[in-house]
Design a protein around this ligand. Structure first.
Ligand code: PEP
Ligand code: MN
Length: 268
């Protein structure tokens, strides 16, 4: 594999910092101002500085809720600036890159778009020289090599603020939504200096596994997590079964800190 991303990139403009383990939390999708505000407030109260929430949603069915689009982006930026949080949100279409950058610090490229090479290139060109970053999810059937080469599309377009995200791969195992591949986290970190975070929520598809998988991610020396949380999980319009309720989110930092301390990191 011909990789140039072994570049000593250790930071992502504050998102990833040496000696820390970053937690990004928030709802799968922005449903309304009230819902996002209440969910983002619990992220803030839990002590985390980055909130997630999708305005453009890649749904398997065209009949499922597709996200609020630009209206959702406005809610994301309004609420997060009032609370002092940074935003991670997905961009699905090259036409939306500019408007997403107006409202979010970190642009997520979702699992289903990992191999959308024109999107990868256009995002790389757009964020080059800015303080924006990209969270690149691993495709649900992508090898580590394919994932790292997808990152190369972004970095070779001039952007080096790329964080890789392992979110589970499709296997024969039906007891979880996907199979969290922690080996891939370790392998990727040996092959590249790009930071690697874990999404235990989409991997598990069920909230009871999210905290144990988060602990395992710290032990695997991931650089952080992106988890789904909701102030009323049972009411969530999207991915309700995997959302952590406020109480679990409040305890997350404390649950992870002993594992982080064992490898000399602080949960932020
Ligand atoms: C998400 O983060 O909401 C999402 C759709 O993730 P993935 O692309 O990993 O399925
Ligand atoms: Mn989701």
């Amino acid at each position: 594999m011909d990789l140039s991303v072994k570049t000593n990139v250790k930071t992502l403009n504050g998102m990833i910092q040496p000696g820390t383990f970053r937690v990004v939390a928030g709802p799968c999708t922005v449903e309304s101002y009230e819902q996002f505000e209440a969910s983002a407030r619990t992220v803030k109260e839990a002590g985390f500085g980055y909130v997630r929430g999708g305005a453009f949603k890649p749904r398997t069915s065209p009949y499922s809720f597709q996200g609020l689009g630009v209206e959702g982006l406005k809610i994301l930026s309004e609420v997060s600036s009032a609370l002092g949080l940074e935003v991670v949100t997905e961009v699905m279409d090259p036409y939306d890159i500019e408007v997403v950058m107006e409202h979010a610090k970190v642009l997520q490229i979702g699992s289903r778009n990992m191999a959308n090479f024109s999107l990868l290139r256009r995002v790389g060109e757009a964020i080059a020289g800015t303080d924006h970053g990209v969270l690149l999810k691993r495709g649900l059937a992508a090898t580590v090599e394919e994932w790292l080469l997808a990152a190369e599309y972004i970095t070779s377009a001039g952007a080096d603020n790329v964080v890789l995200c392992e979110r589970g791969i499709r296997t024969f195992e039906p007891s979880t939504r996907f199979t969290l591949d922690l080996s891939a986290v370790i392998v990727a970190k040996r092959l590249t200096d790009l930071p690697v975070v874990v999404d235990p929520s989409h991997a598990a598809g069920r909230r009871d596994l999210v905290i144990p998988l988060s602990k395992a991610s710290v032990a695997a020396e991931a650089d952080g997590l992106i988890v789904e949380s909701h102030h009323e999980p049972q009411e969530a319009l999207c991915d309700a079964e995997q959302a952590l309720p406020a109480g679990a989110l409040m305890g997350l930092r404390e649950s992870l800190q002993p594992f982080a301390a064992a490898i000399g990191r602080e949960v932020i």
